[in-house]
Design a protein around this ligand. Structure first.
Ligand code: ADP
Ligand code: GN1
Ligand code: MG
Length: 359
């Protein structure tokens, strides 16, 4: 694939430093198409924005500029949006009958992202950094941020969406995942605790990141300290429990999110402890007793929710998450359900860990 030729009309619209020497796909994100652009002088990240998932790219980029400028003004390392020659935050290009949206960030040098927590220290560091990011988000007035995906973590609503897709079974995949469907249906009464808590006020509504997996944080390649929280597309009102739970679901697994051999997939209680310690050290002054009590449950909830989203997308014909092979979404769903089951069984032990950490 000649990416330099393909993206030439796009890159022409931005003032990049140096001549473009190389463009290649980069990272493991499931939503945007990400490329590393190398010029004779520096590196950039180019993204083809996913406008099927984010239907209002103008508001989305306003959110990102608002948040990153604020972070920059405080001297916190963050994404830096490279504007177009017309000084827009992203480029809308009419190509054939469709409009494609592109954005460019400076590449944040000397950092790495992990697809799996390799050791407790790395995961502790990411917990501390996501906690600090949560503190930073307290300064934002939620009304100034557009909700980029309404009901993003409304788990009961996602369950209803699943039922609808299951009912339609538009590409006849239902019979290939009966066990997963049955497991999800058996859990349906356990999915509404956070949504109810937000509604009755027992859980505070905050501004949250909402997509806190380990590969959405850049770690310094030498010190392994967290450098920058990235993937800021879903910053919007939510619960701290969504951020905590999502980090645990991805990072406290002994295997990759798409490991096919389920014997390798386990919930690692020591990784849970490391992350919780890091996170708590940052948020101890603002987390409420109810939130603390629900930290372990949130790990189960977000893992169920993500498994349900993968299953729903599998049944719908892979229209949301990027997939690399035919049953990729089903493979991902299976790892999540296996983890969720283990987390649920260990809730008592996890509660004890949370109690201990507070002492
Ligand atoms: P997606 O929404 O598809 O997950 P991300 O914005 O998370 O896309 O980017 C995908 C990956 O690209 C990240 O996990 C990270 O490895 C890498 N990445 C993104 N932005 C930068 C950046 N500014 N500097 C270095 N790496 C980046
Ligand atoms: C997506 O964008 P990315 O790959 O960091 C998804 C998350 C899921 C995650 C599962 C906007 O995250 O919600 O938890 O995949 N992001 C969006 O790996 O839907
Ligand atoms: Mg990402």
């Amino acid at each position: 694939m000649d990416y330099i030729k393909e993206f030439n009309p796009v890159l022409c619209e931005f003032s990049l430093e140096g001549a473009v020497e190389d463009i290649r796909p980069y990272g493991e994100g499931h939503i945007n198409q990400t490329f590393l652009v190398t010029t004779s002088q520096k590196k950039y990240i180019l993204q083809v924005m996913n406008t099927h998932v984010f239907q209002d790219p103008d508001s989305l980029m306003k959110n990102i500029c608002y948040v990153t400028k604020h972070l920059e003004s405080k001297g916190i390392e963050t994404l830096h949006v490279v504007p177009t020659k017309k000084n827009e935050a992203f480029l809308k290009l009419h190509q054939g009958n469709t409009v494609h949206c592109y954005r460019i960030y400076d590449f944040i040098e000397n950092t790495i992202t992990f697809q799996k927590a390799t050791d407790k220290k790395v995961f502790y560091n990411s917990g501390k950094a996501f906690g600090e990011f949560q503190n930073f988000l307290k300064e934002f007035d939620a009304s100034k941020l557009t909700e980029t995906i309404p009901d993003f973590h409304n788990t009961p609503k996602r369950y209803q969406d699943f039922l609808e897709v299951l009912h339609k079974d538009c590409i006849q995949r239902k019979d290939t995942c009966l066990k997963e469907i049955e497991f999800l249906q058996s859990q349906k009464d356990n999915l509404d605790v956070v949504v109810h808590g937000l509604k009755d006020g027992s859980i505070p509504l905050r501004v949250t990141h909402n997509d806190t997996k380990l590969n959405n944080i850049l770690m310094d390649s030498e010190t392994l300290e967290a450098r920058a929280v990235i993937d800021l597309d879903t910053i919007m009102p939510g619960s701290m429990l969504y951020d905590f739970g999502d980090s645990i679901r991805f990072g406290a697994s002994t295997a990759a999110e798409d490991e096919k051999n389920l014997d390798l997939v386990h919930f690692d209680i020591e990784l849970f402890e490391a992350y919780t310690e890091g996170y708590y050290s940052s948020v101890k002054n603002s987390i409420t007793p109810r939130e603390l009590e629900l930290l372990p449950y949130s790990a189960y909830l977000l893992t169920m929710e993500c498994g349900m989203r993968f299953l729903t997308d599998y049944l719908a014909g892979d229209v949301y998450f990027a997939t690399k092979y035919e049953d990729h979404n089903l493979v991902r769903c299976r790892t999540q359900f296996k983890l969720a089951r283990e987390i649920y069984e260990k809730l008592k032990d996890l509660n004890e860990i949370v109690q201990q950490i507070q002492k």
